[in-house]
Design a protein around this ligand. Structure first.
Ligand code: FAD
Ligand code: NA7
Length: 528
């Protein structure tokens, strides 16, 4: 059609520009820019629903590539009226405040350790919830502001309104005052994330809070029941206990479903040794208010999942952390034919994050079967924009994504759990190296020996390649990040062994692992 026999053969909006030289000339003459900015007949090249981790990354990258972009972000207040600014879950009610509260708890432990290191202080040390919360919320406000600024700098139009599809290329934006505005776009990205689930029992929405309320709670929650055993549940229970509160976790079945269960149990037993109570195999059936206040008093009635046993107990606060639902059911997907898993509301996409409707894409927590983590949403959003508007081909790699559970003793992992590894490769094809260890910093402080633990799972028939990395110890997130890069490069046990450690650190333990699980040899460390 073009009579051009060579590659590249560049087209912009169906206009043939030519090969490399002609494209370069078009760039220099400004023709390329003109062609790229050509009116497509829509208000925007791209509209992104949701200004969280994935949505912001995608919209900004698209704008950098010269596209006309709009991002809509709207936070539906919780049943308690809590709301927040631009940036999505991670910044406002997820990673950021949770890690800062975890840090507040770690500082409490550091204060205890410090006496052993010679620090003397006479004043009684106590924690002030309001001071901590105010400081954290101030930091979050500064982040909200910097996101707005960043969008403005990149000429992304930000609209604080709830977006909903009305036609295949048209959305309705409803703002706080219920005013409706309609916008059209050539392409759409759904990045609306998830919100906490409720139990559906009497008193849950009225009296219980979720992580969406906790981080800005204007008063100390007091004696707290955490319902659920997900990472969100255990992290919140961990830092609340670390701040000195009386905390109970009500577990329906297992701890940390989806994670390596040996590690999950070790996370739980450390928490138990450090004051967190676990009520195993119970679920709440009703919540009643027995006294108003900030906090008030709530009576929780719960039943056993294994028999007729019922228990009741008074708490100041009940925190539900029983999972999160995708925000996909009220955005008009049925009107335009975007397919989702009807059971959980997750959006189905192909390997380039394209939905069943060709010009509609999705990234982040709304995706079916993908890891729900901020860096995953960001990477997927950025690469999607580059593929759509920058001529790139790189796809988001969802394999070997590292993560860390910020419980009092942190648990970092990358790759497969032992259960999954056995399921995929069979036990006899694996070698698992493991050991308990005692961080040097804990020795003088007199803290528990034989609680920190590492485990490396190797595939014997693939050069002893590391397919599972697990670490329970201080700063697990920092350590795991580096080893994740090594796993991305195909790390083998031999390479771990030939790596020289940094002494004295916790991370060096991975360079000296000798004991296999199969040998059954003793791994407990003798205190010196
Ligand atoms: P979100 O960040 O949730 O953004 C979606 C945005 O879209 C929200 O602002 C929402 O209000 C808005 N929205 C929804 N519907 C509409 C609509 N119709 N119109 C306009 N706007 C809409 N991940 C980590 O990597 N590390 C952690 O340590 C970590 N800790 C976490 C702790 C907690 C307590 C929680 C709850 C999550 C945590 N996560 C963590 C997960 C992380 O927050 C999410 O994976 C990440 O935020 C997902 O990004 P997203 O863009 O998919 O959605
Ligand atoms: P998850 O990982 O979906 O876990 C939900 C937890 O809550 C899990 O322990 C469940 O127990 C428990 N659960 C669920 N329903 C109930 C009821 N009805 N009663 C008692 N306990 C219940 O949720 P998260 O909130 O941690 O994480 C969701 C995503 O948000 C996550 O991937 C992050 O990206 C952020 P079960 O094991 O099913 O018995």
């Amino acid at each position: 059609m073009t009579n051009q026999q060579t590659v590249p053969s560049v087209f912009v909006n169906k206009v043939h520009v030519g090969g490399y030289d002609r494209t370069f000339q078009a760039h220099q003459s400004g023709l390329l820019k003109k062609l790229l900015q050509e009116e497509t007949g829509y208000d925007y090249d791209l509209i992104v629903l949701g200004g969280g981790s994935g949505g912001l990354a995608c919209s900004q990258e698209a704008a950098i590539l010269g596209k006309k972009v709009m991002v809509l972000d709207f936070v539906v207040p919780t049943p308690h009226g809590t709301s927040w600014g631009l940036g999505g879950t991670c910044v406002n009610v997820g990673c950021i405040p949770k890690k800062l509260m975890h840090q507040a708890a770690l500082l409490g432990q550091a204060l205890i350790d410090s006496r052993k290191y010679g620090w003397e202080y006479s004043k009684q040390v106590k924690h002030n919830w309001e001071t901590m919360t105010e400081a954290i919320q101030n930091h979050i406000s500064s982040l909200n502001w910097s996101y707005r600024l960043s969008l403005r700098e990149k000429s992304v139009t930000y609209v604080n309104a709830y977006g909903e599809f009305v036609e295949s290329h048209k959305i309705k934006a409803i703002n706080r005052k219920r005013q409706e505005t309609f916008y059209t776009a050539a392409k759409f990205v759904i990045a609306t994330g998830e919100r906490p689930r409720y139990l559906g029992i009497p008193g849950d929405k009225e009296y219980c809070i979720t992580s969406d309320d906790l981080f800005s709670l204007p008063y100390c929650p007091g004696k707290t029941l955490v319902v659920g055993a997900s990472y969100v549940a255990l992290e919140c229970a961990g830092f609340l206990a670390g701040l000195g509160l009386d905390v109970t976790v009500m577990v329906r079945s297992i701890l940390l479903r989806g994670f390596d269960q040996e590690m999950a149990e070790k996370v739980g037993s450390y928490m138990e040794q450090h004051g967190v109570k676990f009520l195993r195999r119970f679920i709440p059936v009703s919540i009643h208010q027995v006294e108003k206040g900030s906090p008030g008093k709530l009576k929780v009635v719960a039943k056993s999942t294994e028999g007729p046993d019922m228990i009741e107990e008074i708490y100041n606060t009940v925190l539900l952390a029983i999972g999160r639902d995708s925000c996909t059911r009220k955005i008009g997907l049925e009107k335009i034919g975007v397919k989702m898993n009807e059971k959980n509301g997750k959006i189905l996409v192909n390997d380039v994050e394209q939905t069943s409707v060709a010009h509609v894409y999705a990234v982040g927590d709304v995706l079916e079967g993908k890891l729900e983590l901020t860096p995953v949403a960001i990477q997927a959003g950025k690469l999607l924009a580059r593929r759509l508007f920058g001529g790139h081909l790189e796809k988001c790699d969802y394999i070997n994504v590292p993560t860390t559970v910020f419980t009092p003793l942190e648990y970092g992992c990358c790759g497969l759990s032992e259960e999954k590894a056995i399921e995929m490769y069979k036990k006899e094809n694996l070698e698992v190296y493991h050991t308990l260890f005692w961080p040097l910093e804990w020795t003088v402080a007199g803290r528990d020996n034989n609680t920190c633990y590492v485990k490396v799972i190797c595939n014997k028939f693939d050069n002893d390649r590391v397919i599972g990395f697990h670490l329970l110890g201080p700063n697990a997130g920092e350590i795991t990040q580096g080893f994740a890069a090594a796993m991305k490069c195909g790390l083998t046990k031999q390479q771990l062994d030939s790596t020289i450690g940094i002494h004295p650190t916790c991370g060096e333990i991975f360079t000296t692992l000798e004991i296999t699980k199969a040998s059954g040899l003793e791994i407990t460390q003798k205190g010196c």
